[in-house]
Design a protein around this ligand. Structure first.
Ligand SMILES: *Cc1c(COP(=O)(O)O)cnc(C)c1O
Length: 436
């Protein structure tokens, strides 16, 4: 399987090259040259397969013989040692809970798979890499937890001092080992600028092998198709059409759903549910693609994206035809007030607590079901555990909801971080001393 750049100015590469490059040199995004269809026998039997067996068939279709079957299965078993429950909320509504991984958010699915395959390729070629990531919160946690303990890889995470939640900070700063956290006295943009400058620094590039763990990496996208197909497999016996509602920011999650569909998964419709950063819902309504800059701050802050980075991939999947896209994706957006009402509604009516992001997916699903008088089964994706957003949950509900045990023990751990200013030469000195 070869991968091409959506800008079509860079040479095609295989999976291994695409994941270490991250971005093609022409600044496009890597996409598989053809999305492989899984055989009829797979779709007939998928209800009898485990999550990891489904993940195996899906990933093998992209990776081919670059990784031996048994090794790939081992990588998946190591990555997905947690559950992915599909919880029934009412007769036609299910919640796909994607928050049972180490950072309690769905980005674990991409980060853990990427860490596993990268570490495998590096050991095989006896090479090592240094991953640099800037984070505003959620991505850093998933990358830190996903890459923790991986051989031949060190991870350096930059985060803005005082601008991530206590919990997010603990997820970044308490691991130690091959994961180091740098607390930058500045904004997320400052962190990103430092990382960018390091990637362009000739001296660093000569001394070390640097890589990013960006969400646009194809190794983070493909594994997100696993859970759509898993959800389908568990609902297949009901013999009904399925609608997936996806709380979206950069649209990697939704793009992975489209990949699952292209692989042969039957799906009636996707719902692109956003907060006020409603670029895609508006595009689907008006045909105008208008990025929002700067992005609007909301309580569903992991979706505060004014120019979704995966849009070119979605466009590619629909042959750059908005009518085709509209036939499979419906967009809805909600403000913070509606999001809070959504959290209260699903809790009041169904006794089920969701985070602000997941509540937006729930609202999108309900709106679709109502407007279309739809009898299809609705699955909304829950992308994070509510306890990652305690202050907003408390303000919405009027009391502090219960915190899971594993979170409490995380909060008790001691933070280890290095404090730095936004000065590049200090950052560079740190890297020269600490990278391997
Ligand atoms: C990253 C994130 C999203 C948005 O996912 P995209 O793939 O960027 O659309 C939604 N919810 C949570 C909790 C996230 O961390």
């Amino acid at each position: 399987m070869q991968f091409f750049s959506t800008n079509r100015q860079s040479p095609d590469t295989n999976f291994e090259q695409a994941i270490f490059q991250g971005l093609p040199p022409d600044n496009g995004l890597y996409m598989p040259e053809e999305i492989p269809k899984l055989p009829v026998s797979f779709w007939d039997n998928c209800d009898k397969l485990s999550f990891n067996e489904i993940a195996f068939h899906v990933s093998e279709a992209f990776i081919g013989d670059l990784i031996a079957k048994e090794t790939l299965m081992n990588i998946l078993n190591e990555a997905y040692d947690f559950d992915t429950p599909l919880t029934r909320i009412d007769v036609n509504t299910y919640c796909l809970e994607l928050f049972h991984g180490p950072s309690m958010a769905f980005k674990d699915f991409g980060a853990k798979f990427m860490a596993g395959v990268m570490s495998y390729f590096l050991k095989k070629s006896e090479q090592r890499i240094n991953i640099l990531v800037a984070t505003s919160g959620d991505t850093g946690g998933a990358v830190a937890q996903g890459f923790f303990g991986k051989e031949n890889i060190t991870v350096t995470i930059l985060y803005p001092k005082g601008k991530v939640s206590e919990l997010q900070e603990k997820q970044l700063t308490t691991l130690g080992g091959n994961v180091s956290a740098l607390e930058i006295d500045g904004t997320f943009d400052d962190c990103q600028a430092l990382v960018k400058q390091a990637f362009l620094d000739v001296e660093l590039k000569e001394k070390f092998s640097l890589a990013s763990a960006n969400s646009i990496n194809i190794a983070r996208l493909i594994p997100q198709a696993f859970y759509y197909i898993y959800a389908f497999s568990r609902l297949k016996a009901l013999n009904k059409e399925i609608v997936f509602s996806v709380p979206s920011g950069n649209f990697g999650n939704l793009t992975a759903g489209l990949i699952a569909m292209k692989m042969g998964m039957p799906v009636k419709q996707f719902i692109a549910a956003t907060n006020l950063n409603k670029v895609v819902p508006e595009y689907l309504n008006s045909g105008d693609y208008k990025p929002i800059s700067p992005s609007i701050a909301t309580i569903s802050n992991a979706m505060d994206v004014g120019n979704p980075s995966n849009f070119p991939r979605m466009f590619e999947i629909f042959d750059k035809d908005i009518e085709k896209m509209k036939s499979k994706i419906t967009g809805y957006f909600y403000d913070d007030e509606q999001t809070r009402e959504g959290i209260k509604e699903i809790y009041g009516q169904k006794n089920y607590l969701t985070c602000p992001h997941s509540a937006i997916a729930y609202l999108g699903l309900k709106e679709y079901q109502k407007l279309n008088n739809s009898d299809a089964i609705g699955v909304f994706l829950s992308t994070a555990h509510y306890s990652k957003f305690l202050p907003d949950m408390e303000a919405t509900l009027g009391y502090l909801p219960e915190i899971p045990e594993r979170l409490k023990s995380l909060l008790d751990k001691t933070k280890k971080s290095e404090q730095l200013t936004t000065n590049y030469s200090d950052f560079k000195d740190y890297l020269l001393k600490n990278l391997k």
